[in-house]
Structure formats: C-alpha cells, structure tokens
Design a binder for this molecule. Structure first.
Ligand code: ADP
Ligand code: MG
Length: 232
C-alpha cells in the first residue's frame, strides 16, 4: 500500500507541474499575442509594446531555465565531496550580488564536518537557491549566516539563516508548491527543486521562519563515514 501511495503521489506532482507549466507559460504568451496584435494595428506606443513583449519573453526564459535544471538526470554523478568547499565556491559566485544588495554572508563551518556523497552541480544549485532566497528576503540588506556541522553521527547539517521578512503560516504552508511565489519576478520553482534534490540525496529540508524576524533553512544530509575519501 505504501509504494502505491508513493506512486500516486509522484503522479500528482507531475500533473501539478504540467498544469503549472501550461498556466505559467500561457499567461505571458497571451500577453505577447495581444501586444503583437496591437502593434499590427499601429495604435499606441510601439516602444512600450516592445518593452512588455520582451519582458514577457524573459519571463518564459526564466521559467524554462529553471525547469531545464530538473530535466538533466543523465549528468548526475555521485562523489564524495567536502561540502565546505562547495559552499565557499557558491558564496564567491554570489558575493557580488549580495554586496550590491547590502547583504553580508558570514560562515561558521566545522572544519571536521564529514564529507557527503553527492552530485556537485545539484548541491551547488541547491545552495544557490537558498542563498538567493535569503538575499531576496532582505529588502534593505542584512546578514546571512551559513553554518555547517556534523550534527548527529552519520549526518551533516547546513543552516542558512537570514534576517529577512520571514514567512507567515499562509506562505509557509505553500512553500514548495510549484510556481507559488510572492515575488514580482519570482518563478516559485527554486525551493521545490532544491527540496527535491536534497531528498534525492536521502536528505531532508526543514524551515523555521518568523515573520519580520527571519528564516532558517536547515538541510540534513547523510555523511560519508571516511572523510578522507577522494574529492575533486
Ligand atoms: P521564488 O524565489 O522564485 O519566489 P522559491 O520557490 O524559491 O521561488 O520561493 C517561493 C516563495 O517562498 C518566495 O516567493 C517567498 O515568498 C518564500 N521564501 C522562500 N525563501 C524565503 C526566505 N528565506 N525568506 C522569506 N521568504 C522566503
Ligand atoms: Mg527562489
């Protein structure tokens, strides 16, 4: 009975995604169609129509870009990795954007934390998504603290803590639903994709959030017992 439940659960997520994709892409398409028609009549401000059309096309590109991440299972390679190095690389990548938003990224890494058997690209994608959400939650800047420690034996814990807007229950309960976003330029895919990737690594994601105070995303991953296993 359990496997059947998992099966139907998976189907409903695929169905939900398909309906979401159709809807999310139909909206900008309808708008593009409308403005192309207006352009044809020669009525109104051409420049404004072009601006709207190109921003709608950008939106479709953004959605497709995130969906393509989901559709690349063939390139997955599980290797024993030092998560600290992956986090440091991702932070270097995002630091400029953070500084531009008045955000400081602080780290607190347990240097003896165990390695994790993981796909490097997927792990980095997950970290990027959580850090981006943290940056975006702090409209007037603040500090993101990324903590990593061994936690219980056989586990690695990573905490992404921000001082941002936080989430009331109404948002928390919908977090991870495909296309659910509160942002004007959001896709509502980042969290869902990250959670799915962590779960595919036999890990879990927990969210602790207080409106007006901030959010902590806690990621738990199974650790590799021998920390000195090769890493590249
Ligand atoms: P997006 O960032 O494109 O909106 P996500 O799936 O990454 O999509 O996040 C969905 C929603 O969850 C966001 O729109 C936001 O409302 C909320 N959220 C996610 N992370 C945070 C965070 N760290 N702080 C506050 N709200 C968050
Ligand atoms: Mg996001």
């Amino acid at each position: 009975a359990e496997s059947m439940m998992i099966q139907s659960d998976k189907l409903s997520i695929a169905g939900q995604l398909a309906a979401g994709i159709a809807h999310e892409i139909r909206n900008p398409m309808t708008s593009i169609k409308g403005f192309v028609q207006l352009l044809r009549t020669g009525y109104g401000s051409k420049q404004q129509y072009f601006d709207i059309i190109s921003s709608e096309i950008e939106r479709i590109e953004l959605i497709l870009g995130e969906l393509l991440i989901l559709a690349k299972p063939q390139s997955i390679k599980y290797e024993s990795k030092d998560i600290r190095l992956l986090l440091e690389q991702v932070i270097t990548l995002l630091n400029t954007q953070a500084i531009l938003n008045n955000v400081e990224i602080q780290t607190d890494f347990d240097l003896n934390a165990p390695y994790v058997q993981c796909d490097e690209n997927q792990m980095k994608q997950v970290f990027i998504n959580f850090i981006k959400n943290a940056v975006e939650s702090m409209a007037s800047g603040g500090t993101i603290t990324i903590r990593m420690d061994g936690g219980s034996p056989g586990e690695l814990h990573i905490y992404f803590t921000d001082e941002g807007c936080g989430m009331p229950d109404s948002i928390l309960s919908r977090l991870g639903e495909p296309f659910y976003t509160t942002k004007e330029k959001g896709t509502g895919l980042g969290f869902m994709i990250s959670k799915k990737m962590i779960e595919e690594h036999q890990g879990s994601v927990h969210v602790n959030s207080k409106p007006g105070e901030g959010t902590t995303i806690k990621v738990t991953l199974p650790a590799v017992s021998d920390a000195r296993t090769t890493s590249s």
